[in-house]
Ligand binder design. Sequence first.
Ligand code: ARG
Length: 564
Amino acid sequence: MKQQVVEVLKGVVDLPIDNMTQLLETPPTREQGDVAFPCFQLAKVYRQAPPKIAEDIVSKLDATHLEKNGIKEVVQAGPYVNFFFDRQAYTAKVINTRIDQQLEEVKVGKDKSIVVEYSAPNIAKHFKLYHIRSTMIGQALANVYGALGYQVERINHVGDWGTQFGKLIAAYVKWGNEEKVKADPITELVALYVKFHEEAENDSSLEDEGRAWFKKLEDGDEQAVRLWKWFGEESLKEFNKIYDLLGVEFDHVLGESFYSNKMDDVLAELKEKDLLEESEGALVVSLDEQNIPPCIIQKRDGTSIYATRDIAAALYRGKKFNPEKMLYVVDQRQALHFQQVFSVVEKMGYEFGQSCEHLPFGIMKIEGEVGSTRKGKGVLLDEVLNAAIDKAKYIVEEKNPSLENKDEVAEAIGVGAIVFNDLKHHRTHEIDFKWDEAFNFEGKTGPYVQYTHARMRSLLRRAGSDTFESTPHAVYQSDLAWDIIFAIEQYPQVLVETTKKNDPSQVAKYLLDICQLFNRYYANERFFVEDEAEQQAKLTLAYKAAEILEHGLSMLTIKAPHQI
Ligand code: ARG
């Protein structure tokens, strides 16, 4: 609807379109209109009082142009211009348009590609609770970009290279036990790594051994490579269990090791472009102009580092996919690292350096505790997910003991509670996960949305069909129904906004609104009625809302069972 308002305003108001769109508001009550344009900002430009400007705008708007855009009436109210839409015409359009048709209007990503990097856990380490943030924010963004027509390249940049793996191999060779690793791979590997550091405090030769093993690994030594591969495979098995549970998928699982043989080329190119400097024995790219510390490319001992691998990765992605944007969903602490990496890529003359964007996010706590510690302890994601599923089983059992696929539904609700709780907050906010809050069927939760959706489906089942159509009907004229229609029409724009801000909470909040609007409607109107046309109109409304909820949840990678 905002689009239509912008369409009629653009010949009359002297503001850039984006700016105008941002100013548009939804009035607090329906009597005031469907969309409002505030004139405060124009006051400075026109040197006039906002109400006067609003009045002028109203007088200048062209009646046929308004009608063509579905607007029935425009009024000045103080400093605002308020727009009323032709409910009848709008309803006709909304009510029988399928979601895929709705989305056809916003295929802004057609013929474009985008790279989204997310999750990126480290092998031989546990998948911690906080990893869920990068994993689910990234997956949700990838879904939404996909819905807007982008060719999305989903990348998991697994941490599988670096001197720490030399240490791990050294520890395994010294103290490791194959059976124990096989029984519980990651726990055992973490224990070996911790032991290495404890022992190294009293025995400095261990550090050298670790380095030597990493050198062997880099040189392709048979034993080193075999062990490293084994650790990697075991880790990925664990990660994949979690990804399966979460419904997370990647197009490319390319660990840091993938770039290890591309380091020399990066180095040569930097040298050739005269960007390398020596600093205390290391090779760096100075970033003084950017006002940030230099990016270290090669350490004094000749080994490459994390940043160099990221430069190689950016070059690889930029050249291979020619993307409009390259997104990195990685926690806040790595902000400087990415600034450095992107700056180096730009200095190398690659325009795609400017398309790289780091999307940081706030930390996640659980019942007030931080789910991660440097010591390798901390809350594990699979433990939290399994506890959530157990809790959901109990709830489902209580709510609907005769449900057939109870386990499946409990899994959807348990996982949905955690994921929704993650995604409903603005990406950059800190989250404190509280068990009771996340499972509140009446609060702003995943289970609330899932349950509202299932209830709509059950109304439809009672009516004996699973798709519904209707012609515009008087029931849609009521404010309660109109609000739902209005919201449904907004859906494609919500997805566009989500990509503009790279913030999936836009979708989550929108779904909560739809639920609230529908529940209010249902509480205030008699849903099952005698009159056939009226009944059909009401069912169609529920059907449309259910479809939107299911689609929206799928954007968040949350399942929407039809029966709970
Ligand atoms: N594996 C890293 C970590 O756990 C995150 C990787 C982020 N992505 C990147 N391209 N550097 O800290």
